[in-house]
Design a protein around this ligand. Structure first.
Ligand code: 28F
Length: 637
């Protein structure tokens, strides 16, 4: 029995067709139906609140993950208009929530449609992909409510009370027949809310997870905007000047930039367009880089800081040790690149470089001692690069002279097609030995490593080339490092890190990941880096095949099934305790091994982890490793 008779006008037909399309191919609209797509459901709704904040009407957003994985998002903006549209006979609010891309409330020239990573598919997609959605609007002295099920209106907009407040509140239950899981990850949502708060100066964002007894919550509000963001990113790094340099300019393309130099040797520049994390960079990043290089070189020359013998400072010298966040708002952004996270608008390059040139040269003139400190670092970086180039030439000449440029310790495989080959980087000679015996030498190479490797966070390229622990890795991968790295030259389709599940293993794993992150980043971005997952336990019972368990939960489950009596449990401390065939069976045989692909999902998180682990400050490192030795199960950086 229909709840109410609904004469299907042209509009409604179009709405139904739109929702049908969304539910048929959800991945096209929300990116994926995995946990990532589920989180995007929240980001789409929150982005509408952020738009309202950017328009100047919303100062606070409250997000709650409620029992049953119901999401509630509320803002204190103007409230979506509730007047009935003369033509469509339905309210603006219902239009926003039922028509695809109807959310373009700021299209054109009146403001900016901020949008999540999926470029603002709008609230109607969230509605279509939710079992139910409830929208409550306060404005014009009243409280109005409407309800939907899988995008279809089941209760049209109705006035349900009075109110002297304004704002919009949306509650929804994502559709578990569409999403693989409804189990939101609080930390992921919290991280994104923190990022949005940094990007939207002064906006208060509260997030709460009240699904369990002990609730989790956080409140973010940063009057300092990107300045606070850089301070957050640098919190475990040693700064070389007190405050981040801050540049902000409104106009055709509003730009907000903050950056601060540290004693680290790596470059960390994060860029955003309309709050979208443009991981692949683009014209805003090019403009920033160009202005940095020009302004610092001009200043160095005009203040005789550069000797004649010093060639021009290269961009990479000037960016060594920089932590920067560049955020631009573009009305009609053109996104390019593999994951549509590269800004293509060519006018942005000039806009950003022009305003950075002006603001930065003024800043350096007014702060000569800061200018001097930064330039001293750039000049020494330039000299170290020169030394690295010479060292590289030496290595190349040396390796050109030597017949085998491959490291002695490498037990290579016979297959020549790199895409079919894999190399296990194994910690310790004993595990290396079992791996060599247990492997399939057709497609599996073994590179045993020993002891703690160089801490790459604190070493410049010249030391990397000459380091006797990293050089074998560089030569085995065969694609160079840093600016020279050429992904097409890799000798293996999979580079698998196999280390123990203990604290030392976590440390060596992280050192290797730091090395790949800093000097072979495309290897991670291209999905070539994996972590081997050795078993934690072996359960044996007379008359039964040994059972290997990879998690505590798995072990408990098997124990229940087998019954506890007569079962002996072996806890694997290290790879060395397994003989070659066990190592093959449990960790190397492609048929049943578990490999974790390392994804560069969130460079910010990765950088923070590496900085804690590699930075000068020992305490957070020791605490992090102890806390996270088990975290390798879901290493998804
Ligand atoms: C929890 C989710 O969706 N907040 C929103 C507004 C405010 C306006 C608006 C939204 C105009 C006609 C398209 C109000 N008054 N939170 C939200 N707050 N949409 S969504 O307008 C929608 C457009 O239809 C709004 C004046 N102008 C705009």
């Amino acid at each position: 029995m229909e709840k109410y008779n609904h004469d299907y006008g042209a509009e409604q037909i179009q709405v139904l067709e739109g929702l049908e399309a969304v539910r048929k191919r959800p991945g096209m609209y929300i990116g994926s139906t995995s946990l990532r797509g589920l989180h995007h459901m929240v980001y789409e709704i929150v982005d509408n609140c952020v738009d309202e904040a950017l328009a100047g009407y919303c100062s606070e957003i409250n997000i709650e993950i409620q029992p049953g994985n119901i999401i509630s998002v509320e803002d204190n903006g103007r409230g979506i208009p509730v007047d009935i549209h003369p033509k469509t006979k339905i309210s603006a609010a219902e239009t926003v929530y039922t028509k695809l891309h109807a959310g373009g409330k700021f299209g054109g020239d009146s403001g900016y449609k901020v949008s999540g990573g999926l470029h603002g598919v709008g609230a109607s997609v969230v509605n279509a992909l939710s079992t139910w959605t409830e929208v409550t609007i306060q404005r014009d002295g009243g409280i109005f409510q409407m309800k939907f099920e899988k995008g279809k209106t089941v209760e049209p907009l109705t006035r349900i009370g009075d109110s002297d407040k304004t704002g919009t509140k949306v509650r929804f239950l994502a559709d578990d027949t569409i999403f693989e899981t409804l189990d939101y990850e609080y930390e992921t949502l919290e991280t994104r809310m923190r990022e949005i708060a940094f990007l939207t100066k002064g906006l208060k964002i509260n997030i709460k997870d009240i699904r369990e007894e002990t609730e989790k919550k956080a409140e973010f509000c940063f009057e300092g905007g990107l300045k606070s963001f850089v301070e957050f990113l640098n919190k475990n790094k040693e700064k070389i000047h007190e405050n981040p340099i801050y540049i902000e300019k409104d106009g055709e393309v509003p730009v907000e930039i903050a950056f601060q130099y540290t004693t680290s040797y790596s470059e960390n520049i994060y860029t955003f367009v309309n709050n979208i994390n443009t991981i692949e960079g683009g014209t805003h990043l090019e403009g920033f880089k160009r202005a940095l290089t020009k302004t610092f070189n001009d200043y160095a020359k005009s203040h005789n800081l550069l000797k004649e013998k010093d060639a021009n400072l290269q961009g990479e010298d000037i960016r060594e040790g920089i932590t920067a966040v560049v955020s631009v708002k573009v009305k009609e952004p053109q996104f390019e690149g593999q994951t549509k996270t590269k800004l293509g608008n060519s006018n942005v390059t000039g806009i950003v470089s022009g305003m950075v040139n002006d603001a930065l040269s003024a800043f350096l003139e007014e702060n000569p001692n800061i200018a001097k400190t930064i330039l001293e670092k750039c000049i020494s970086a330039s000299r170290a690069r020169e030394a690295a180039r010479k060292a590289r030439e030496l290595v190349r000449r040396k390796s050109a002279l030597e017949t085998s440029t491959l490291p002695g310790k490498l037990a290579d495989c016979t297959e020549k097609d790199a895409s079919k080959c894999e190399v296990y980087i194994v910690e310790g000679d004993s595990a290396g030995g079992s791996a060599k015996q247990g492997r399939d030498r057709k497609f599996q190479a073994i590179l045993p490593l020993w002891g703690k490797m160089l801490n790459v966070e604190k070493s410049r390229a010249d030391k990397i080339y000459n380091n006797d622990k990293l050089q074998p890795v560089i030569l085995a991968v065969g694609a160079g490092i840093g600016a020279d790295f050429d992904i097409s030259k890799i000798r293996y389709g999979k580079v698998i890190i196999m280390a123990d599940a203990d604290v030392d293993g976590a440390h060596i794993r992280t050192l290797l990941l730091t090395f790949f992150f800093r000097y072979m980043r495309p290897l991670i971005e291209n999905g070539n880096v994996y972590l081997a997952q050795p078993p934690l336990y072996k359960l044996s019972k007379k008359g039964m095949k040994d059972i290997y368990c990879y998690t505590d939960e798995e072990m408990a489950k098997h124990l229940n099934e087998m019954g506890r009596d007569g079962v002996s449990i072996q806890r694997y401390k290290g790879l060395g305790e397994m003989n070659p065939e066990q190592l093959w069976d449990t960790t190397m045989n492609p048929e049943n091994r578990i490999l974790i692909k390392v994804k560069l999902e969130d460079a910010i998180k990765a950088d923070e982890i590496f900085t804690i682990l590699m930075g000068d400050d020992i305490t957070p490192r020791r605490q992090f490793i102890e806390e996270n030795a088990k975290y390798v199960k879901n290493l998804d950086i």
